[in-house]
Design a protein. Structure first.
Lengths: 264, 358
């Protein structure tokens, strides 16, 4: 059974002419991207370039002023975030957003909310459907925690875990809904260099073992150069470069965007 | 044993209550205090669902209680006892025994539908603004009833005693304590089941990080609606029972003071703790009744020590000075309430081996 509604052969994500305006400010303008199955692609740009805005648009937090976003061939126009998630998108946040007063296991369980398969009446009547579904959700959540080696923390509260472990948990939670597209918003932010090496291994392992397309924003260039097959660079909402890590490294527009092109 | 201990204990408690009331070794006064305790448990736990678990601030709980009380009362009088404005009873008092739970549930449903109207603005509003909306809802409900002359307006509505008497004539049992007990247990149980399901944990997810909840596929609007309706519906059930215990309702009993009383119980017990709310409701009821005896005693004492003038009497009004004072002291020294956000089983992990309550 396929969990998400898909059009056959459609790319996982197809964005064209994406524009959003906040008052007089064009935060993103004419952005286009096309991600195929199981790609690992990067999005970089200086501070305030509009990277997170693109992610907020894709995950349904903002409605674009223009352009279209298609996820697995379905236009997301007017969909609320939880409906977009149901199309197979999951994401993490720059600042970790876990549910800190809920156990690690419950964090994973609630992430299955979109595909519970029962509603209020089943929950309070403890129906057969409810019991079967809850047992399955719990089993799958424990399996997921086990592959992330988080199972020994299953009954701990996230706020008591180390920062690196919280990051890992947030990524695991994003994968709980079996997404086709995973958006990682600065996963290395706030990590020390040892944790960053572990993060690189983690992302590579997720890419290899989950059938998921990964699109990530990151300021640590070494992380991006090492992981991404392709990188797009934006500045002031406009795309300025697109290519392999090696091409991006030496691209004049990228260098000037990051370092400035004023004559000294 | 783990599985049956709670139902077993509840069955014994229920049987003792009913037998005690019937055999009259529990006085009418004690029975009525126990019944108000039950109503308070329903009110406090249901408000905790919104204020504690969902992290919204609703302060119009008495309004929903009022809707439940009036709906059940009017429907009851209409069906089972007759009224000068509505004419003869449609069914007659002998059927009240069977109809009573239906009346209470109808009160709950009416209150839940009213809750739906408050849930909608809650999609966009949070914090202080939602508090104002619920407060306004409380006032609107009271004003509507005060201006409906057909149901007595601000003078109130009566005729429910006849229904309760009718039930007792049909089958001689202390029906009111029995039903209050049943609905109290059902309400807490319903809340517990809701909150321990993955579905209901969406409520806590909204409270702890709404953005994450939305992104992780929680339909936040729907969960808020369901939660509000459940909370206000149970307040309606509490209100319906309240009306039939007194045998008389008037809008004045459901004003903002009553809402505050429920808020006090929730904060006293601890936000996000059902066992805390149950405990606080019991304590608060006892406290309120306790002052009935403490204040005359205090009056005598103060007069004997000549600390107050001979002509002055320390009256029951002082209760409303002493209770808030006590609360201020509690909030100073234990701001998280009696239980914090923990349940009984979290405080005494060993207890978990002996019971299961889900």
């Amino acid at each position: 059974m396929n969990a998400h509604p898909t059009a056959p052969d459609a790319p996982v994500l197809e964005i064209s002419g994406l524009t959003i305006q906040f008052g007089g400010l064009r935060a993103v303008s004419g952005f286009a991207e096309r991600l195929e199955g199981n790609e690992l692609v990067g999005l970089i740009g200086p501070n305030g370039a509009g990277k997170t805005t693109v992610f907020n648009l894709v995950s349904g937090f903002y409605q674009p002023s223009g352009g279209t976003i298609r996820i697995n061939g379905v236009d997301t126009k007017g969909l609320k975030p939880h409906k977009v998630t149901a199309l197979g998108v999951a994401r993490t946040f720059q600042n970790i957003r876990l549910w800190n007063e809920m156990t690690v296991l419950d964090n994973i369980r609630v992430a299955r909310h979109g595909r519970l398969g029962y509603g209020f009446l089943h929950a309070v009547a403890r129906s057969r459907t409810y019991r079967a579904r809850e047992a399955e959700i719990e089993r799958e959540a424990m399996e997921l925690l086990a592959v992330f080696q988080l199972d020994r923390h299953a009954h701990d509260l996230p706020k008591n875990l180390s920062y690196g472990t919280q990051r890992k948990l947030e990524i695991a939670r994003a994968l709980a809904g079996k997404p086709k597209l995973l958006l990682l918003d600065e996963p290395a932010a706030g990590l020390n260099s040892a944790d960053i090496q572990e993060l690189i291994r983690l992302v590579r392992w997720i890419h290899a073992s989950f059938d998921v397309t990964i699109w990530m924003i990151e300021h640590h260039m070494d992380v991006m150069m090492e992981l991404c097959q392709r990188i797009k660079v934006i500045d002031f909402g406009e795309t300025i470069a697109d290519g392999t890590p090696d091409e991006i490294r030496n691209h004049p527009a990228v260098i000037s965007a990051y370092l400035g092109d004023d004559q000294i | 044993m783990q599985r049956y201990s709670v139902p077993f204990l509840l069955a014994i408690a229920g049987a003792l209550l009913v037998y005690g009331a019937k055999a009259e070794w529990l006085s009418l006064y004690v029975v009525s205090v126990l019944m108000f305790m039950g109503v308070n448990v329903i009110l406090a736990t249901s408000l905790n669902l919104v204020n504690g678990y969902m992290g919204e601030f609703s302060c119009g709980h008495a309004g929903f209680m009022c809707v439940g009380a009036y709906t059940a009362s009017i429907l009851g009088v209409l069906l089972f006892s007759g009224h000068k404005a509505f004419g003869e009873a449609w069914l007659g008092p002998e059927l009240a025994v069977w109809g009573f739970p239906v009346l209470v549930i109808a009160g709950g449903i009416a209150a839940a539908l009213t809750g739906l109207a408050v849930a909608v603005p809650s999609y966009r509003t949070r914090g202080d603004y939602l508090a104002i909306i619920t407060l306004a809802a409380n006032y609107i409900i009271l004003s509507v009833i005060e201006n409906l002359d057909i149901i007595g307006g601000s003078r109130g509505f009566m005729g429910m005693k006849k229904i309760v008497n009718g039930m007792e004539e049909t089958l001689e049992l202390p029906w009111m304590p029995l039903w209050v007990f049943v609905f109290t247990v059902l309400s807490v149980w319903l809340l517990r089941r809701y909150l321990s399901s993955t579905y209901g944990k969406g409520v806590m997810a909204i409270c702890q990080n709404e953005v994450a909840a939305e992104i992780m596929s929680v339909n936040t609007d729907r969960i808020k609606t369901v939660t509000f309706m459940l909370s206000s519906g149970l307040a309606g059930v509490g209100g319906a029972l309240f009306a039939f215990i007194l045998g008389y309702v008037n809008p004045g009993s459901f004003n903002i003071l009553k809402s505050t009383e429920v808020l006090v119980m929730v904060y006293l017990g601890g936000m996000g703790s059902l066992s805390g709310s149950v405990l606080a409701a019991i304590l608060f009821t006892l406290l309120l009744e306790g002052f009935r005896f403490v204040i005359p005693w205090l009056n005598d004492l103060l007069h004997q020590l000549s600390l107050v003038p001979e002509s002055y009497e320390v009256s029951q009004v002082w209760k409303w000075v002493l209770i808030p004072l006590l609360l201020i002291v509690i909030m100073q020294f234990r701001p998280e309430g009696i239980m914090g956000n923990r349940e009984l089983g979290d405080l005494f992990p060993k207890l978990k081996r002996f019971y299961r309550f889900k």
